[in-house]
Design a protein around this ligand. Structure first.
Ligand SMILES: *[C@@H]1O[C@H](CO)[C@@H](O)[C@H](O)[C@H]1NC(C)=O
Ligand SMILES: *[C@@H]1O[C@H](CO)[C@@H](O)[C@H](O)[C@H]1NC(C)=O
Ligand SMILES: *[C@@H]1O[C@H](CO)[C@@H](O)[C@H](O)[C@H]1NC(C)=O
Ligand SMILES: *[C@@H]1O[C@H](CO)[C@@H](O)[C@H](O)[C@H]1NC(C)=O
Ligand SMILES: *[C@@H]1O[C@H](CO)[C@@H](O)[C@H](O)[C@H]1NC(C)=O
Length: 328
């Protein structure tokens, strides 16, 4: 009795599985893993073991061809990040298992922006920051920060599972180095959807501006000037790099002077001619700016009256200076 029952069950089982394979039939969807641009369109082909075939989808669909056991549909305006279309078939007395497609919707970045790089002081720390917005899918994105051709950072987001477009921010801290002055920094994004989709690259560039101003400017001027007499004053800035970019401002008694600037042997200097008009103590000020750094140097200068004496001793400065000194 027991044996008979087991035999019966086995027979029933094999009959059922045989019957299932033939009777259930099939439904297929093609392509199964399409890659579509956000807002784009797609043709899906449903085929089955019988003729009554349909496609269930949230997207707008129109027929795009029919055959004896297939139906194609054109889906348009694909904007739903998580909607999987489903092919089904009604084969009279049974329904084969439906087949669904998983659509990867991509969106090239709306913007890639390397934050404006500030003027940097050699030796200090700065953050480079790249903002990418409106990109999908983020798990297929790679953001690379480069200094010249050197890779500073390569960031991937495999763990980001959300399919929606979103922003991404990438940061990297650098020490400003003098020899990187004027080197380009690049933020490069690559959205890799190969082999079923495209490889999309975008970039944003900036230029590093790095300044080194270790020295203190020096003013060269006589301690005593004579009213009405020209005198050349010089302001030197050493240990400045790049020396060509030093900007000078020389003022005498608050008035800006006309300058001649030059660079020799890594020293930047500015020269101006002063013709003091009023007697007394006046301030001579030299302000040197190099990128983000500004340094000042001041000197108090005595201007002495030359009065009537001036005219008849004009030929000889030494005499004049003696006379003015005697006035002290
Ligand atoms: C749809 O698929 C069927 C079965 O694979 C194929 O015969 C037919 O050509 C396809 N139609 C289109 C438009 O690709
Ligand atoms: C299918 O859709 C494409 C547009 O993607 C169109 O050019 C073509 O004519 C359509 N074919 C049919 C049979 O509707
Ligand atoms: C990124 O590149 C794609 C083409 O590769 C372009 O369509 C898109 O507008 C670009 N985005 C930006 C922000 O430049
Ligand atoms: C995107 O990234 C996922 C996860 O890293 C990967 O499995 C997939 O092959 C990538 N490409 C596409 C087109 O989705
Ligand atoms: C001094 O003499 C020079 C010519 O030698 C003349 O040009 C100048 O105006 C004189 N200066 C004054 C203050 O008289």
């Amino acid at each position: 009795m027991q044996q008979v029952r087991i035999f019966f069950l086995l027979a029933l089982g094999s009959w059922a599985s045989e019957k299932g394979a033939t009777k259930e039939g099939f439904v297929r969807i093609s392509p199964e893993n399409p890659v579509v641009e956000f807002g784009g369109s797609l043709v899906l082909n449903c085929s089955a073991s019988c003729e009554t075939i349909g496609l269930e989808t949230a997207f707008t669909k129109v027929p795009n061809g029919t055959g004896s056991n297939w139906r194609a549909f054109l889906l348009t305006d694909i904007r739903d990040w998580v909607s999987d279309p489903l092919c089904y078939a009604n084969c009279g007395d049974h329904q084969p298992k439906p087949a669904s497609a998983t659509i990867t919707i991509y969106k090239p970045p709306e913007s890639v922006e390397l934050n404006p790089v500030p003027e940097m002081e050699a030796g200090k720390l700065y953050d480079l920051m790249c903002r990418v917005s409106g990109v999908a899918p983020i798990r297929n994105l790679t953001v690379t920060l480069l200094k010249g051709a050197e890779q500073l950072l390569v960031k991937t987001f495999e763990d980001h599972t959300a399919p929606e477009a979103g922003p991404v921010v990438v940061k990297h801290r650098i020490i400003a180095q003098q020899n990187d002055h004027n080197k380009p920094v690049t933020c490069q994004t690559s959205l890799d959807l190969r082999p079923r989709g495209p490889l999309l690259k975008n970039t944003s560039h900036s230029i590093l501006r790095i300044f080194d101003f270790a020295g203190t400017p020096q003013l060269h001027v006589g301690l005593f000037l004579e009213a009405g007499i020209e005198m050349t004053v010089t302001c030197d800035a050493s240990e400045v790099s790049p020396a060509e970019e030093a900007v000078f401002d020389l003022r005498f008694a608050g008035m800006p002077l006309t300058l001649n600037t030059r660079v020799t042997g890594g020293v930047a200097s500015a020269q101006a001619v002063v013709i003091p008009s009023s007697v007394g103590e006046h301030e001579l000020l030299c302000r040197v700016s190099l990128g983000p750094v500004t340094k000042n140097v001041k000197k108090m200068v005595n201007v002495f009256g030359t009065s009537h004496i001036c005219n008849w001793v004009n030929q000889s400065h030494s005499i004049l200076i003696q006379i003015t000194f005697n006035n002290l």
